[in-house]
Design a protein around this ligand. Structure first.
Ligand code: SF4
Ligand code: SF4
Length: 635
């Protein structure tokens, strides 16, 4: 077992098997890259034009500018905001896909989809100032879809995106507008970053970083509408009990993993799995079909349907190594290309489904919203056919899995609180923050990276904060880490929560009929669902009439890796939250950029980045940030 690779037992069991059988994993490829390029790590290399690549030496022993004269601060800032633009593009494209599906539904072109949460749909209409009066269902869908898509097409720069304006406190919107960073159009914000970072355009690091803040808020906008419209379509999550880790794969079942981010497909894979269960049994799998989740598609189906989670981002190759995974069905984002080659070593079918995400070695079944059920049936039948080729002598499934209580949408949290105070559900939470029973709230988000032992920083920081009575929320692969480790259980609350936090979680859990406390870490969904936590923070801020940067609320991404995480972290800072990064970002070559991100933004937005790679020290810094907020609030 190599604890420098992963801190959890299933992953280590599979990694031992991989080494024995010479199957290459992400950890091996990371080793092959070492030592990684120092210029790249500092963010000081530029490949924006073919006069380069240029590498600036940040310590003064070599060229201090690129061929065009760009200095290190310009280069680092440009690289950084291009990453934000890419993250924003990924999230908002997901949101656009959902909004366009709503439009197709209104026109009768997506017959398999229905609105499962009518109340949420009406809430969205109210948020977007769309009247319900006398409207046919399809007309309402159409207006909501078009109003959401307007956030991708508006040309009037004075009008902020509707999904931004309607979801943050007025005082925050005024601050962002005054700074010139409230986006009017998601796509235009991305295009603006690409245009101003073209060779010979914006060279002012401060001006570049402001465009990055605007881009990140476009990311927030796209994420918010993606989550809310998905809830209307597929249901708003409610507490659900399931399990996590590789032990959820079953030897006697046709096992199908759904991996990626977008619920438009995975919801139907789950439905059609139930419909075709008998075909799997006839094929010899007496347990029928077992759908499991990986990464954030896994979180989507866990939250809404209680589908068990096999694993999170970094260990997505390992389910294939069990020899019992018959198909892995992927949509978009955070899917390792290595799955193609690795699946060819087994009977496993890798199935790509989106035109923007094809992988050598995969079978491509183009997913169309017009034929969602039929595409899903085709996928499941491929999995059943693969099962017939499974070599049962090669099956090696780790036997460990943990219980998970998931499904904590903002509505579910408010619903649980309402059992304590039906007239004023937020009052019990607020009272306990004010009296110090809950010192603050920490949202864990982000990815995994082989640069640190998988999941370990999440668990260490969370345990440290829990004993200091900080309420813990999690999304994305952070939520996956907690799920696998049994931290989303009542038992974890009893074991790790400080006394006053434990008392509050017990009171809420008992009142909500859970026969025990709320879990130690509340699972709020996939990484696109981080806005669920913001909606709670905004409700608290509005209730006491303060801005978001006054709340004792922090964000932490201990193992961040993707450009999407970069965009999320930057909008968290833009909204006013102290935001911890546990992996050193590729900006350290510029003292100006570092100073803006960790200090100057305190004056601009109230938020700032805390960079700390040591989990114990990070927990202390996060707790200190919470205490500073409490002192400023006088509580
Ligand atoms: S482009 Fe940058 S990161 Fe890549 S090899 Fe060159 S200097 Fe290193
Ligand atoms: S834009 Fe300037 S710094 Fe970048 S590669 Fe071209 S010449 Fe070099």
């Amino acid at each position: 077992m190599n604890k420098n690779q992963s801190c959890e037992p299933c992953a280590n069991e599979m990694l031992t098997l991989a080494r024995t059988n010479k199957f290459e994993t992400v950890w091996d490829r990371y080793e092959q890259q070492l030592p990684q390029c120092g210029f790249g790590l500092l963010g000081v290399c530029c490949r924006l034009c073919w006069k380069g690549p240029c590498r600036v030496n940040p310590v003064g022993d070599g060229p201090d500018q690129g061929v065009c004269g760009a200095d290190v601060h310009t280069i680092v800032a440009r690289n950084l905001i291009r990453g934000i633009a890419a993250g924003t593009a990924a999230h908002s494209d997901h949101g656009r896909h959902i909004a366009k599906t709503l439009l197709e539904m209104s026109e009768g072109h997506a017959p398999d989809y229905i609105i499962k949460d009518q109340e949420k749909l009406h809430g969205i209409a109210a948020r977007l100032n769309i009247s319900l009066d006398g409207k046919e269902h399809n007309q309402l869908l159409r207006e909501i879809a078009l109003k959401s898509l307007e956030d991708f097409s508006r040309q009037d720069e004075k009008i902020p995106c509707a999904w931004l304006e309607s979801t943050i406190p007025e005082v925050r919107l005024a601050k962002l507008t005054a700074l010139g960073v409230a986006p009017h159009n998601i796509d235009a914000s991305i295009a603006d970053i690409m245009a101003r970072t073209h060779v010979g355009t914006d060279a002012d690091p401060a001006n570049l970083l402001l465009a990055g803040l605007r881009g990140s808020l476009a990311d927030y906008t796209g994420m918010y509408l993606a989550t809310e419209l998905s809830d209307a379509l597929f249901g708003t999550p409610e507490p659900v009990v399931t399990s996590a880790n590789l032990g959820v794969i079953k030897a006697n079942c046709v096992n199908i993993a759904v991996n990626g981010h977008n619920p438009l497909l995975s919801e139907f894979v789950c439905d059609m799995a139930a419909e075709l269960n008998d075909e799997a049994i006839q094929a010899g799998a007496d347990g029928g079909i077992n759908v499991v989740g990986v990464c954030c598609t896994g979180n989507e189906v866990l939250m809404r349907r209680g589908i068990p989670l096999a694993t999170n981002y970094l260990s997505q190759e390992l389910p294939i190594l069990t020899g019992a995974l018959d198909a892995i069905v992927v949509d978009v984002q955070c899917i390792m290309p290595s799955l193609g080659k690795l699946s060819e070593c087994f009977h496993t079918k890798l199935i790509t489904t989106m035109s923007s995400c094809k992988i050598p070695g995969a079978t491509h079944i183009e997913f169309q919203t017009q034929t969602a059920k039929e595409s899903s049936r085709e996928i499941i039948r491929l999995a059943i056919a693969a099962y017939k080729r499974r070599d049962h002598d090669k099956v090696n499934i780790p036997q460990h899995s943990s219980t998970v209580i998931g499904g904590f949408s903002a509505e579910a949290v408010v619903g649980a609180l309402s059992k304590l105070d039906a007239n004023d559900p937020l009052k019990p939470l607020l009272d306990n923050i004010v009296n110090g029973n809950i010192q603050g709230v920490a949202l864990f988000a982000g990815c995994n990276t082989p640069k640190v032992p998988q999941d370990q920083a999440y668990l260490t920081i969370a345990k440290e904060l829990a004993k200091r009575n900080v309420l813990l929320l999690a999304t994305g692969c952070g939520a996956g880490a907690f799920a696998k480790a049994g931290m989303m259980t009542m038992e974890a609350t009893e074991e790790f929560a400080g006394d006053s936090l434990k008392a509050v979680l017990r009171a809420i859990g008992e009142a909500a009929g859970l026969n025990g406390p709320l879990p130690l870490v509340l699972h709020m969904g996939s990484c696109v669902d981080n806005t669920r936590a913001v909606s709670l923070a905004v409700a608290l801020a509005n209730k006491i009439g303060v801005d978001l940067d006054q709340l004792p609320v922090v964000a932490s991404a201990p193992e961040c890796m993707s450009e999407k995480a970069l965009a999320i972290g930057t909008w968290a800072v833009s909204l006013g939250f102290p935001t911890h990064l546990g992996v050193i970002p590729q900006v350290m070559g510029s003292s100006v950029v570092v100073d803006v991100l960790t200090e100057k933004t305190k004056d601009l937005t109230g938020g700032y980045f805390i960079v700390e790679t040591d989990p114990q020290a990070a927990a202390q810094k996060i707790y200190t940030a919470i205490q500073e907020r409490r002192q400023l609030l006088g509580i």
